[in-house]
Design a protein around this ligand. Structure first.
Ligand code: ADP
Ligand code: MG
Length: 725
C-alpha cells in the first residue's frame, strides 16, 4: 500500500472513531479512588505492628535512618496487601539516566520443594535487587567486568500497584547504583541533595531560635505540558515514532480555521481521556488536575499537587507512563517532546518548588511578623545567591537535544537564567542593599518593624511568564525544564546550590553573632552583602525581549544557548567541588553525568539525522517523483494533441526535487562516520553539521508538500495532526 493511502485511511479512521465501550470512568467519588493502589501510611498503620510502623514513619517523615530489621515485617505485609489486590509480580522501579523509567519484574511465586509454588517476598527482596544493568548508561562508572548494578528500596516513596490486564504488579521505587555505590540514576542524588539542603536549612532555623527544627524537605509541583494527536496519524509518521518530533511538515496556512465537522468531537474525546487519566492517577495517589491549555492547538497541561520533591519526581515519571497509556486507550498518542511541531508552541515542565518542615511550614511564605519576614528574606536571599552563583548549573540541568528546540525560542524562557521577584520584593531587597528596608512598597502594608524589616503580603500580585525562575508568592517556579525530562535533575541542582547558599549564610551569621553583633543587625548585614553581590540576577522585565539579551550580557549573566554550551558547566572545578563537598556527587559521578549527557545528545541527534535521511529517501522523494511523472505525462499528452504547454508547475516541482536531492546528499555525507572522532567532536558535528543538514532537507520537503498533489502526499500534515482529534 502506498504511503499516501495510509495517510488517507488514517483520516477515515479518525472520522469514524468511536470510543470503545466500557472505558469511561465510573462515577466513583474521588475519595474512594484516591490512593486505592498505594501502600499508604494508613495501610501501613493498619497492617504493621506498632513499633515497626513507628520506626518506618521516623524514616519517612523525620528523615531518620532506616532500621534494617523492620524490612522482613514490612515485606510480608506489603506482599499480602499486594496479592489481595491481584498482584502476581513485584518490580523494583528505578530511574536510569536515559530519563525513562525502568523496571525489573519478578514473580511472587517461587517453586516449592514438592512441585507446588509458594509466595515468597523476604525483606532482602524488598530492600535490594540486582537488575541486568549493562543496558543503562553509566558514563564509565561500570567497567564490563563489574557490570552489576543494584536497586535499593526508597522507603520515602510509597510502593504502589500498577494494574495490567495480564496481572497486577507491586511497584517498589528504588535507587539504582553501581557495585561501588555510585549513582547510576536520578533518585540517588535527589535523596542526597535533599539531605544536604536540609542540614544547612536547619542550621539557619536554629539561628532564628528554633532549637530543634523538624527535618526540612524540599517540595516540588510540576506542571506537565503535552500534545495529543490521533494515534492513526502518529503511526503514519515515522519521525514521531522514532524521535518524538516532526522532522518534516509545512506550517498550516495562516488563519486556517478548524474544520467544524471535527471540532465538535474535540471536547468529548479529550475530556473522556482526561477523566480516565485523572482516575488512574488518583488510584496511584497522584493528585492531578488536567486542564485545557489554550496556547497551542492540541496542547494540554496537567499539574499534580506539590509533594516532597523525591515523591513528586517519582510521581511525575509515573504520570507520563499513565498519560501515554490512557491516551492510547482513547485512540490518541500523547507527545511529551519539547517541540513536536515547528512553529507551534513547545512544551515545558514548570517545576514549582518550596522548602519547609512540619514545625515552620513553608519557609518561602512571607510571614505575619517582622521576625518571620526576616527569616523569609534570608531564605529568599539564599535562592538569589544560589541562582546567581550557579545559574550555569541550572541551565545545564535542563540541557538536552530536545529542549534545545524550545529554550530560547520565542515562547519559552530564554537560555539566560535570571530571577523574577516582583516589584515589591525587589523594592525590599533594593532598600536592604541601601542599608535597611523600612517599608514595603505596596500601600496599606507600610510597617516599620523593630527588626528593620517590613511586613510583606503573601501575594506579590504581579506575575511574569517570561522569567525562567520566578517567585510566585510562596514558592519559586523554574520554567526552563523540558516536558520530556525528569524533574529530579533540576531538583538535585536546586537543592545543592541552596545548600551552599544556606551554608554560607549560616556560617556568616554564626560568625557575626559570636563576635557580638546583635542577631537582627547580623541578618541585615548578610542580606545586604548577598543582594549587593548577587542582585544582578534579579530581572523583572520581559525575558523574551532582544534588549534583555544585551542587558544580561552587560550584567555578566551567561547565555548558554545550546546543550553543548551548557554541559561544560557540569565539570568546572567549582561545580565538581560544590557537588562533592555536599556529598551529592563525587567527581567521578559528576564526570559520568557529563559524559552521559553528551552521549545522549549525540544519540538523539544521530537518530533524528538517520530518520530524516530515510524518510526523505523513501517517503518524500518517491511522492515528489510520482507527482513529477504525473505532470510530465500530462504535458506529453497535451503535446500529443498540440495543446498549449505550460511547464511552470513541473519546473517548480523539479526545482524542489533538486533541492531535496542536494539536501539528502549533504546529510548522507554528514552521516559518514569518522572512526576516530572523540565524543566532543561528534557532539559538535551533530550541532554544526547534522542539525543544519536536516534543516535543509526539511525546507526542501516542506516546499514540496505545498506543491505535490494532496492525494499523493504520504505524511499526515500539520493541519491534520493538530486540528483533527
Ligand atoms: P499556576 O498559577 O502556575 O497555574 P497552580 O496553582 O496551578 O499554578 O500550581 C502549579 C503547581 O505549583 C502545582 O503543582 C502546585 O501544587 C504547585 N505548588 C503550589 N504551592 C506550592 C508550594 N508551596 N511548593 C511547591 N509547589 C507548589
Ligand atoms: Mg505555573
Amino acid at each position: 500500500m502506498s504511503g499516501s493511502k495510509t495517510r488517507l485511511q488514517a483520516i477515515d479512521a479518525v472520522k469514524s472513531y468511536q470510543p470503545p465501550a466500557g472505558i469511561l470512568p465510573t462515577a466513583d467519588a474521588p475519595g474512594e479512588v484516591f490512593g486505592q493502589n498505594v501502600f499508604t501510611k494508613a495501610v501501613m498503620q493498619q497492617r504493621l505492628p506498632k513499633p515497626v510502623f513507628k520506626s518506618l514513619m521516623a524514616t519517612i517523615e523525620h528523615s531518620k535512618p532506616l532500621d534494617p530489621t523492620v524490612a522482613d515485617v514490612v515485606a510480608a505485609a506489603m506482599k499480602d496487601w499486594a496479592m489481595e489486590k491481584g498482584a502476581t509480580h513485584y518490580a523494583h522501579v528505578f530511574y536510569p539516566l536515559t530519563g525513562l523509567t525502568a523496571e525489573k519484574h519478578d514473580s511472587f511465586l517461587e517453586p516449592g520443594g514438592d512441585g507446588s509454588s509458594i509466595a515468597e517476598f523476604a525483606g532482602k527482596t524488598l530492600t535490594q535487587g540486582e537488575p541486568d544493568a549493562s543496558s543503562f548508561p553509566n558514563g564509565g562508572l561500570r567497567a564490563t567486568f563489574e557490570a552489576r548494578g543494584y536497586t535499593g528500596w526508597d522507603v520515602t516513596s510509597p510502593a504502589y500497584i500498577l494494574e495490567n490486564p495480564n496481572g497486577n504488579t507491586l511497584c517498589i521505587p528504588t535507587v539504582f547504583v553501581s557495585m561501588n555505590g555510585e549513582a547510576l540514576d536520578h533518585k540517588t542524588p535527589l535523596l542526597r541533595s535533599q539531605q544536604a539542603m536540609a542540614v544547612q536549612a536547619e542550621r539557619v532555623l536554629r539561628l532564628f531560635g528554633h532549637a530543634k527544627p523538624d527535618a526540612v524537605v524540599s517540595f516540588a509541583g510540576a506542571e506537565q505540558e503535552y500534545f495529543l494527536i490521533d494515534r492513526s496519524f502518529f503511526l503514519c509518521r515515522p519521525d514521531l515514532l522514532n524521535t518524538g518530533r516532526t522532522l518534516f511538515g509545512a506550517r498550516p496556512p495562516k488563519g486556517q480555521e478548524f474544520d467544524d465537522h471535527y471540532f465538535g468531537a474535540i471536547p468529548e474525546r479529550v475530556l473522556a481521556f482526561m477523566l480516565d487519566a485523572e482516575r488512574e492517577l488518583f488510584k496511584l495517589g497522584i493528585p492531578a488536575k488536567t486542564r485545557h491549555n489554550e496556547v497551542a492547538p492540541g496542547q494540554f497541561e496537567l499539574a499534580p499537587m506539590f509533594e516532597r520533591s523525591n515523591v513528586a519526581a517519582d510521581h511525575q515519571q509515573l504520570l507520563m507512563v499513565i498519560l501515554k497509556r490512557v491516551a492510547q486507550k482513547h485512540g490518541m498518542e500523547c507527545l511529551f517532546h519539547e517541540k513536536p511541531f515547528v512553529g507551534i508552541n513547545g512544551s515545558g515542565k514548570h517545576v514549582n518548588f518550596s522548602i519547609g518542615n512540619g514545625t515552620e511550614g513553608n519557609l518561602l511564605l512571607p510571614g505575619d511578623t517582622p521576625h518571620d519576614n526576616a527569616q523569609f528574606l534570608v531564605f529568599c536571599a539564599a535562592i538569589i545567591r544560589a541562582v546567581h552563583k550557579f545559574g550555569g548549573l541550572l541551565r545545564a540541568s535542563v540541557a538536552s537535544a530536545t529542549n534545545d528546540h524550545r529554550l530560547g525560542a520565542n515562547e519559552a524562557p530564554p537560555a539566560i537564567i535570571s530571577i523574577f521577584l516582583g516589584d515589591q520584593l525587589t523594592d525590599v531587597f533594593d532598600q536592604i542593599a541601601k542599608g535597611g528596608a523600612t517599608a514595603s512598597k505596596s500601600k496599606g502594608t507600610l510597617e516599620i518593624g523593630v527588626d528593620t524589616l517590613p511586613v510583606l503580603p503573601t501575594d506579590p500580585g504581579d506575575r511574569n511568564r517570561t522569567s525562567p525562575f520566578a517567585f510566585t508568592g510562596n514558592r519559586f517556579e523554574f520554567r526552563a525544564p523540558g516536558s520530556l525530562q525528569s524533574i529530579a535533575g533540576p531538583m538535585v541542582t536546586i537543592n545543592t546550590i541552596l545548600a551552599e547558599a544556606l551554608d554560607h549564610i549560616a556560617t556568616e551569621l554564626e560568625g557575626l553573632v559570636t563576635a557580638g553583633t546583635p542577631f537582627n543587625a547580623a541578618v541585615q548585614k548578610v542580606l545586604e552583602e548577598i543582594i549587593s553581590t548577587h542582585g544582578s540576577i534579579v530581572f523583572n522585565g520581559d525575558g523574551y525581549s532582544e534588549e534583555w539579551q544585551a542587558e544580561a550580557a552587560a550584567r555578566g549573566l551567561p547565555n548558554l544557548r545550546t546543550t553543548l554550551d551548557a554541559l561544560p558547566e557540569l565539570i568546572t572545578d567549582e561545580a565538581l567541588d560544590l557537588f562533592s563537598h555536599y556529598g551529592v556527587f563525587t567527581h567521578r559521578e559528576m564526570h559520568s553525568r557529563h559524559d552521559i549527557a553528551l552521549e545522549q545528545y549525540i544519540l538523539s541527534v544521530g537518530v533524528e539525522a538517520r530518520s530524516t535521511l530515510e524518510i526523505a529517501n523513501t517517503v518524500v522523494l518517491p511522492a515528489a517523483l510520482r507527482y513529477q511523472t504525473e505532470l510530465a505525462s500530462n504535458l506529453a499528452s497535451l503535446k500529443s494533441i498540440g495543446a498549449e504547454l505550460d511547464t511552470s508547475t513541473l519546473d517548480e516541482v523539479s526545482t524542489g526535487i533538486r533541492a531535496l536531492r542536494a539536501g539528502i546528499g549533504a546529510l548522507r555525507s554528514g552521516l559518514t562516520h569518522k572512526a576516530d572522532a572523540s565524543e566532543a567532536e561528534e557532539a559538535a558535528h551533530a550541532l554544526e553539521v547534522l542539525l543544519p543538514a536536516m534543516g535543509a532537507v526539511r525546507t526542501a520537503s516542506d516546499e514540496l508538500e505545498t506543491l505535490v498533489a494532496d492525494d499523493l502526499w504520504p505524511l499526515p500534515t500539520y493541519q491534520e495532526m493538530l486540528f483533527i482529534l
